[in-house]
Design a protein around this ligand. Structure first.
Ligand code: PHE
Length: 465
């Protein structure tokens, strides 16, 4: 969502006196948490955890959040606030016109591609609000293989995102998110209580909570790192863009900390919601992307007022997805407006058209078009890190690899080109607790630890080393 314009905006560094700003810190935290919390937490985290062995994967994921994503999140926020620009403009603002601007460009492209297939899944979520009333017996696999359902739902979702981004400053969604996100949390807690008290749930709890590290290979590590970036909306400049609307007096440390805390908390709760139920209801934890859609309706059936609970749940999940698609679109739109000097309407129209064009094959790749559903003719039997359908391949390339690569390049940029001293000074403004000692440790992470770890994980995943 876009920030509201305050009557007394703090002076911007980059000479742009009229740039919009968040009305309050809480406004920023909610908007950034709205971007971070979405299908990534509730749909993607449980199935990626299930595919990669459960508890041990969760530990690797948490380590990625704490040691890689959190320091890196600060770098994105600092770059955004310093430059008051979109990712491409931000890089240009701090170092002038250099090839590093391409890193921002990669982020913009990544945002567009993630938006395209994410919109398809968000469309399914939207459809599930009504599905269990209209046609409870339709299996998920049949639902997503029905063009008459998935295409209009996808278009509807993308259209709603466009309408919100077009509105620019949007009180509506910000206010709605403020009310609806806490309700989502309460509802998740209720569903968890029902799930863990089902007979047979304890096997799921142990799958989710008792680590078996023999299950962790290079595939699991790149999946964990990619999931951590995806979930926090990192690696493609969303947090640069959102940080660009933050005033100087705000504390980036605590704002970033809250966003990471909320996002991780919701993901962990989503796992607690799914795994006990999967085992109790005889599901398969390795079912992949269909996991949440298959398991949850079964769980709702075991609850009093299950149909209503299910409707409400998928409604809230749709809202969570909407605050994420809005941020994805906003990054691309802010680039078109700042750098291409297009109007907001033209930018929104072009980006929506582009997202639809790439989302279309993704929507057809779940059983409708055999060529797109099984792309082994193009990517071979092993696929792209295992993915063989168009949507899965897009998710692996853009939602995982490209985010990690973008983060790697931006770390090198912030650490070595822009310089950690400048970046740390930006963080310190508004954050007294970021003492020189802390800044030095942070600088080591940005210059050495984060880029090296990401590089090794990527090379390992592609069996280069
Ligand atoms: N973080 C969002 C989610 O978890 C997805 C997203 C990724 C949004 C990248 C913006 C940028 O659903």
């Amino acid at each position: 969502m876009e920030p509201t314009t305050t009557s007394d905006p703090a002076p911007a560094h980059a000479g742009d006196q009229s740039r919009e700003q968040w009305s309050s810190k809480i406004g920023f935290v909610l908007a950034a948490a709205g971007s971070a919390i979405g299908l990534g937490n509730i749909w993607r985290f449980p199935y990626v955890t299930g595919e990669n062995g459960g508890a041990a994967f969760v530990i690797v994921y948490l380590a990625c959040i704490a040691f890689i994503c959190l320091p890196y999140l600060l770098a994105e926020l600092a770059l955004g606030r310093r430059s008051q620009k979109n990712p491409v403009g931000a890089i240009k603002a701090v170092t002038g016109r250099t090839p590093w601007m391409l890193v921002g460009g990669l982020g913009i492209l990544t945002g567009l591609f993630i938006l395209s297939y994410y919109g398809v899944i968000a469309g399914w979520t939207f459809g599930y609000i009504f599905k269990n009333v209209v046609s409870p017996d339709t299996a998920f696999a049949d639902f997503i293989a029905t063009p008459g359902l998935v295409l209009p739902l996808f278009a509807l979702f993308l259209g709603s995102t466009a309408a919100i981004v077009q509105g620019g400053v949007e009180d509506g969604i910000e206010r709605a998110a403020k009310v609806l996100m806490p309700i989502l949390l309460v509802l998740m807690l209720l569903v968890i209580v029902r799930g863990v008290t089902l007979e047979g749930a304890s096997a799921g709890l142990s799958f989710y909570l008792n680590p078996d590290f023999s299950k962790i290979g290079s595939g699991a590590i790149v999946a964990a790192l990619g999931q951590a970036f995806f979930s926090l909306s990192l690696g493609m400049g969303a947090m640069v863009t959102y940080g660009s609307y933050l005033p100087e007096k705000e504390n980036l440390l605590s704002a970033g900390g809250y966003v990471a805390l909320f996002d991780t908390g919701i993901a962990l709760l989503a796992g607690l919601m799914i795994f006990p139920a999967v085992f109790a209801l005889d599901g398969n934890p390795q079912a992949g992307p269909t996991l949440v859609f298959d398991v949850l309706p079964g769980l709702f059936q075991q609850m009093p007022l299950g149909t209503s609970v299910g409707m409400l749940f998928f409604l809230l999940l749709s809202v969570a997805a909407l605050t994420s698609t809005v941020s994805l679109m906003e990054v691309v739109v802010s680039y078109c407006m700042d750098e291409r000097h297009w109007s907001r309407s033209k930018s929104v129209a072009v980006v929506t058209g582009g997202a639809f064009a790439f989302g279309f094959p993704a929507a057809l790749s779940q059983g409708i078009s055999p060529t797109l559903t099984d792309m082994t003719w193009l990517v071979g039997e092993s696929g792209v890190l295992g993915a063989t359908d168009f949507l899965g391949i897009m998710d692996t390339i853009w939602g995982n690899i490209s985010l990690a690569l973008g983060a790697l390049l931006l770390c090198v940029f912030a650490g070595w080109v822009w310089g950690v001293a400048d970046a740390a000074a930006e963080i310190r403004s508004g954050a007294g607790a970021f003492a020189p000692g802390a800044a030095q440790v942070w600088g080591m992470f940005i210059k050495y630890v984060c880029p090296l770890v990401i590089l090794v994980v990527l090379l390992d995943a592609f069996q280069v080393i």
